[in-house]
Design a protein around this ligand. Structure first.
Ligand SMILES: [Zn+2]
Length: 194
């Protein structure tokens, strides 16, 4: 099993996770072209993907979703709240029927030979989720945009071979920096970022 960050940060997030037989993306917050280039570097084609897992509907996580999924018709998995958020995203465009599949936090499901365990995260979005994925005794997890962590999160991130977390602010730099007050409060809050 391998995990590779194709892009991360506030300009766009896209992570590849897969086994020899199953290829998944977590989030598609970059352009279709950049997703294709990232996959190509991993020797994978868009039409070989088995699923796209979405963590939440902020544009830096779904920007490329409409264009990419229209071209390759890859099934999309997200919580009902996130699906609602995706459908109301203005940059989405027309979605082919039957591509969006609701999944629920703490209810595992399988895609090919990968078991996916979605878990709830604290972030200012509509029912955001992180994903723990297991295959052949190996496990990895993606937990980006986490406002805080607690027992529940620690439990879900135990015994992993790799985890992709995001901790993108320095409290002092943020406080003295030029962001407006509301944005500083949002980033520092329990529903912002670590
Ligand atoms: Zn976000």
């Amino acid at each position: 099993m391998r995990m590779c960050s194709i892009a991360s940060g506030s300009s766009g997030n896209c992570i590849y996770v897969g086994s020899d037989n199953t290829h998944l993306l977590v989030d598609t917050g970059i352009s279709k072209k950049r997703i294709e280039e990232g996959l190509k570097a991993l020797d994978i084609k868009g039409d070989e993907l088995d699923g796209i897992l979405i963590t939440h509907e902020h544009s830096d996580h779904i920007q490329g979703l409409g264009v990419f999924s229209r071209k390759y018709e890859v099934p999309i998995y997200a919580t009902p709240g996130t699906i609602e958020g995706i459908l109301s995203y203005s940059g989405l465009g027309e979605m082919p029927d039957g591509l969006l599949h609701p999944i629920h936090t703490d209810e595992a499901f399988t895609l090919g030979d990968v078991t996916v365990n979605p878990f709830a995260i604290s972030h200012d979005a509509n029912e955001p989720a992180g994903y723990r994925m297991e295959c052949d005794g190996k496990s990895v997890a993606v937990a980006t945009d986490l406002g805080k962590y607690d027992e529940y999160i620690v439990e879900r991130l135990k015994n992993l071979d790799a985890v992709l977390l995001e901790a993108n602010h320095d409290i002092h730099m943020l406080e003295v920096g030029g962001y407006p007050y509301y944005l500083k409060q949002r980033i520092l809050g329990d529903k912002g970022h670590l």
